[in-house]
Design a protein around this ligand. Structure first.
Ligand code: PMP
Length: 448
């Protein structure tokens, strides 16, 4: 059945299918971090449904929550009616929100995907400000529907000013660290304040605290605070897209908490549904300008997803899984960092909490002294040799070697050459050890 299913689906599904190309697996059973295929092979899953499975596959508290709704005879589909299941979910969600937002928060259920909540957030700030343009960042990923795509890094758009996202390693100015972040912030300020820049007062700014699909790039805390200050000073709502970074993933319940930044709007999905589809926008009530029916959607009342989500949020909170993610992520990153010195094809190791990335680079490119053509090394500037991205071929080879060793990883980043690790927050020390071993072995095999 394994080969037959793979063959039939390859011939039936659209040319856009993605994960199924690089991961020829037919999952039939899963528990925690382990997936078992129809061919009997077992894998450690470091993709976690693209960061969705905070508690791994089929966690008992999630299954129990779903079962209790099914057994209670409650309706599964209720549009946006109030139910005890929804009441429990909003109570749990509001209990986790950053203090500065919780006191005055409103929630809009969207659905069912992250991209739907992004659309709602963009529409909300446009309605509230009466303005149209948006500020978004290079390398961003917010989804695949029209508005979300327009604020994502790869899509051109006339209504969106694309600002530089600071990157410690591949700063758009050819300098890294604090100086790069400072320059990125200055550029943003000058675009907003120079009438000749063509950037009209925007409706909002949307930012990921850690870019995930963009290649696991954590926004420096000081830069994020600057974005908060400059948007607040100009009356621009700040939207934090925590679709991937939320629910403990980065070592805080919400990634904005690392910087202390309180956004005006938060876009939440993935883990908040405990592996079922659920997406919401949470925002300051001063932005709540919508008239009844201004935002709607048939599937914004998914009772099973709310129950699974309540159980997940509670389990993460009560068991200190954010703190666990912070500590284990630091340990895993410390073990991965030496790979940069050990292998010419590893250019960078970075991340926050259990959102980690290993960038595969062109071993021949290791001799490039300046990060960018024309970038002059100067005082305080990164003079390190910055290798060029490998492009997908070498990174794909690493991914396939991982798969052979029973480890599922995904690739991301502008050149698809960042190996992304998103294990469940419930990963054990032994499993973490196995992940590190299999990934290191895979890289050693490819770089030989
Ligand atoms: N925002 C971010 C930060 C994401 O990582 C994603 C999905 N990877 C989305 C939005 C879109 O979510 P969905 O795929 O559920 O539409």
């Amino acid at each position: 059945t394994h080969e037959g299913i793979l063959r039939r689906q390859a011939s039936r599904e659209s040319a856009a299918r993605t994960y199924a190309r690089s991961l020829p697996i037919v999952p039939v059973r899963a528990r925690g971090m382990t997936i078992e295929g129809a061919d009997g092979r077992r894998y450690l899953d470091c993709l976690s449904g693209a960061g969705t499975l905070a508690l791994g596959h089929n966690h008992p508290v999630v299954l129990e929550a779903i079962r209790s709704v099914l057994d209670s005879g409650a309706p599964l589909h209720v549009l946006d009616l109030a139910t005890p299941v929804k009441d429990a979910f909003t109570s749990e969600l509001f209990a986790t929100l950053p203090a500065g937002l919780a006191a005055s928060a409103r929630v809009q259920f969207c659905g069912p995907a992250g991209t739907d909540a992004v659309e709602a957030a963009l529409k909300l700030v446009r309605t509230a400000t009466g303005r149209d343009g948006l500020l978004a960042f290079s390398g961003a990923y917010h989804g695949m529907t029209a508005g979300a795509l327009a604020v994502s890094g790869r899509a051109p758009s006339v209504r969106v000013a694309r600002l530089p996202f600071p990157q410690d390693y591949r700063c758009p100015f050819g300098v890294g660290g604090d100086e790069g972040a400072h320059l990125a912030a200055r550029w943003t300020e000058s675009l907003l304040d120079d009438p000749a820049s063509g950037v009209r007062p925007p409706a909002g700014m949307i930012v990921e605290p850690v870019q995930g699909e963009g290649g696991v790039l954590p926004a420096p805390d000081s830069w994020l605070r600057r974005m908060r200050d400059l948007t607040a000073a100009r009356g621009i709502p700040l939207i934090a897209d925590e679709v991937q970074t939320g629910v403990g993933r980065t070592g805080a319940f919400w990634a904005v908490e690392h910087s202390g930044v309180v956004p005006d709007v938060m876009v939440l999905s993935k883990a908040i549904g405990g592996s079922l589809p659920l997406a919401v926008v949470v925002y300051r009530d001063s932005l709540d300008v919508w008239q009844p029916g201004d935002h709607a959607g048939t599937f914004r009342g998914n009772q099973l997803a709310m129950a699974a989500g309540t159980a997940t949020l509670r389990h993460v909170r009560e068991n200190g899984l954010s703190q666990r993610a912070a500590a284990l992520g630091e340990r895993m990153l410390a073990r991965l960092r030496p790979l940069v010195a050990e292998h010419d094809c590893v250019g960078d190791v970075r991340g926050r909490g259990l959102m980690m990335g290993v960038e595969i680079v062109d071993p021949e490119g290791a001799a490039h002294a300046a990060p960018w053509p024309g970038a002059e090394p100067g005082p305080g500037r990164a003079t390190a040799r910055v290798p060029l991205p490998a492009g997908p071929a070498l990174a794909t080879a690493v991914q396939q070697e991982c798969l052979r060793r029973g480890l599922i990883v995904e690739l991301g980043g502008r050149h698809d050459c960042v190996v992304r690790l998103l294990p469940p927050l419930t990963i054990t020390d032994e499993q973490a050890e196995a992940v590190l071993e299999r990934l290191s072995d895979a890289i050693a095999t490819v770089s030989r």
